[in-house]
Design a protein around this ligand. Structure first.
Ligand code: PMP
Length: 428
């Protein structure tokens, strides 16, 4: 049998670190990455035939569980008619119409192929629209890997303790102002000082790339007010939270309307789709209408769009988000109870189908608090769960994801495995 270790050794010869995206390499938790052969519903199976309950869900897209038959059929049917045309299709219009109909902040939308492209394009658009150079971002938020956003970022950069990437000349990030998430006074001071130069504020309105953190009361409202007052563009990066925390993302939960929104993950149902959109007057600046250039050979790819449309149709079913939220709550409530039983300092939080686990007494409210949680305890917990067939994200700084196929039996099995793992943490 070819083992995960065999595949990893082989991968490392031709792929840097053996992976095509860094957090997959298990570097921060140790051990061998699982090479996935197939997935169905809440499960993935590795190269050795071992089954795992999956809480990574492809880092968010798999909200329906893996390989939902309707989504797979839509992909197969689209593929038969051609894989890519580089010309417009009716399906793209339907996807744009669906997104615009569902998200209050979207008047127009442009499809791209990843979350990185969406945020990179939205930043360029905000700069082009305002004619200003600077952007405000928050420490621990991850917005993909465009140069100007790779400063004090979350996700893999935080996981590997190198939050600012090499290869980005200081001149490229001279216009990036990094502030503390949930610190509205810091934003206010920056606007007071640099207001005329600030093109935009980009924020994960509910960050999931420094583990899950919730906005303090008034923080997002304050960003909205400051951006309006100073003529800056407010960008909600909902690549992770869009259609994940609720049917209208964080903008639906809070009632706050950003000027631009970036999307990805769920809207592609597991295929490469991203999007950016928002106010029609701003979107009118995008080429070919306006001077802000943005393009893509595979943008609006017909196979990817088919997966997105099938996914968006299924998650619109009545009661979908109630059920998803209930299952996620059962998981985090159960984990908290088991940790208390075992006597391990632990907290957990959730919103919609997204959750955070923290080895700390209470749910962290800031980047500083998250980074003070017990990372060693997380590693022990992660490995003990993995050994018993439960696959949490291989990093203490990533949110987790529940799908609609994580039923009561799956959650119950997870909690039993977690309790066992918590005993291991306690004994470590
Ligand atoms: N923004 C956010 C909030 C994300 O979580 C991610 C990916 N995890 C991205 C942007 C980048 O998306 P992609 O990996 O598709 O480029």
């Amino acid at each position: 049998m070819t083992t995960n270790a065999d595949l990893f050794a082989r991968a490392c010869k031709t792929i840097p670190g053996g992976v095509n995206s860094p957090v997959r390499a298990f570097r921060s938790v140790g051990g061998t990455p699982r090479f996935i052969r197939r997935a169905s519903g809440p499960y993935v199976w590795d190269a050795e035939g071992r089954q795992y309950i999956d809480y990574v869900g492809s880092w968010g897209p798999a909200i329906l569980g893996h390989a939902h038959p309707d989504v797979v059929r839509a992909v197969q049917e689209a593929a038969v008619d051609g894989l890519s045309f580089g010309a417009p299709t009716e399906a793209e219009i339907v996807l744009a119409e669906t997104l615009v109909a569902r998200l209050p902040a979207l008047e127009q939308v442009r499809l791209v192929s990843s979350g990185t492209e969406a945020t990179m394009s939205a930043i360029r658009l905000a700069r082009g629209y305002t004619g200003r150079p600077k952007l405000i971002k928050f420490e621990g938020c991850y917005h993909g890997h465009a140069d100007s956003l790779l400063v004090k970022a979350g996700s893999g950069l935080l996981t590997f303790g190198n939050p600012t990437s090499a290869g980005v000349p200081p001149e490229f990030v001279a216009h990036t102002v990094v502030l503390d998430y949930n610190d509205l006074d810091g934003v206010r001071r920056t606007f007071a000082e640099l207001g005329e130069e600030i093109a935009c504020v980009i924020v994960e309105p509910m960050p999931g790339n420094m583990n899950l953190i919730k906005p303090a009361p008034g923080f997002l409202e304050g960003l909205r007010e400051l951006c309006t007052e100073h003529g800056a563009v407010l960008i909600f990066d909902e690549v992770m939270t869009g259609f994940r925390v609720g049917p209208q993302g964080v903008q639906g939960l809070t009632g706050i309307r950003p000027d631009l929104v970036t999307l990805g993950k769920v809207i592609g149902g597991g295929m490469p789709v991203g999007a950016f959109g928002g106010r029609a007057d701003i979107m009118a600046q995008v080429a070919p209408l306006g001077p802000v250039y943005q393009a893509g050979t595979l943008s609006g790819n017909p196979v990817a769009v088919a997966a997105g449309l099938a996914t968006l149709a299924l998650i619109a079913a009545p009661g979908f988000y109630e059920r998803l939220g209930e299952q996620t709550d059962k998981l985090v409530r159960g984990l908290r109870e088991r940790a208390e039983l075992v006597g391990v300092p632990f907290s957990a939080d959730a919103v919609g189908g997204m959750f955070g686990l923290y080895f700390s007494e209470r749910v962290p409210a800031s980047y500083a608090e998250v980074t003070r949680s017990d990372i060693e305890a997380f590693k022990v917990f992660f490995q003990a769960c993995l050994a018993q067939g439960v696959y949490f994200a291989p990093s203490a700084y990533e949110a987790g994801f529940v799908s609609i196929t994580h039923d009561d039996a799956v959650i119950a099995r997870t909690l039993d495995v977690a309790e066992h793992a918590l005993h291991t943490v306690k004994g470590a």
